[in-house]
Design a protein around this ligand. Sequence first.
Ligand code: CP
Length: 312
Amino acid sequence: MPWNRQDLIAIEELDPEEINTLFEAADALKKVLGRKTAKTPALRGKHVVNLFFEPSTRTRVAFEMAAKRLSADVTSLDMKTSSATKGETLRDTVENIRALAADIIVIRHSAPGSAGYIAKILDIPVLNAGDGAHEHPTQALLDCFTLREKFGSLEGRKIAILGDILYSRVARSNIWAMNKLGAQVTLVGPATLVPREFEKMGVTVSHDLKSALADQDAVMLLRIQHERQNASAFPSINEYTSMFGLNKERLSWLKKDAVIMHPGPINRGVEIDSELADSPQSVILEQVTNGLAVRMAALYLCHGGSAEAVAS
Ligand code: CP
């Protein structure tokens, strides 16, 4: 199926076929990354601008490297020293960057809907690198791409997402993506962070870790997102860890070969013990590695490339 989107704003908007088209492009681009030159001229002469209004390590570096591997030029604006600190609006910021002949904008912002808002204003591709607690589409795509590599397909697979779901854009994007790809998703955590309302998204909600982990093919841990919480959702970090932290004993509640995932950054010893994060069952660094090919595919397709062309 051809990719007909200029922007990548939310997994909610995508069809399963579009997700698979992006995966096919990412498969081909991952092969490019394995070559000696590890570069393709797909976006030569184009300029990608990264606007990260919130901190990032993985997403920002992966988007920068992805653009460079596609032979594009890249500018990453440090928002702490940008004119946004003098009161310039988001609209003025992006219109000025467009006036400098940017070809693609990648944006992370604390406001839900910010990426969709600028996509409506601009005539160039806009890729959402995380907008508040709304969506983080490339994270979900790289997570599902990693699961697809492990299992061949997500169809019928059981996946638990454990932790702070309420404030997580990663959880929301993954729920959309995993559901669209045929997986059965269970959300687990304290009731304050995993409200029953999420059942409307077609998932199972559980507040009992042991029963929720039984029979899962994969478990994705999420950190507590203090930056989006106004009040504590549980008495203390120690109490959260004692109730919901993944440790060796609790690992035995999962299937023997279950996959351990985390989008990062990890708070070791809080949502997951170090021993498990670094264990052979963990695919955490494979997720990061796959983020490069997946973001190359997203940049390339949104700029008008086709999955067939990149594969040939
Ligand atoms: N997973 C993720 O978005 O990580 P960063 O915040 O480091 O980009």
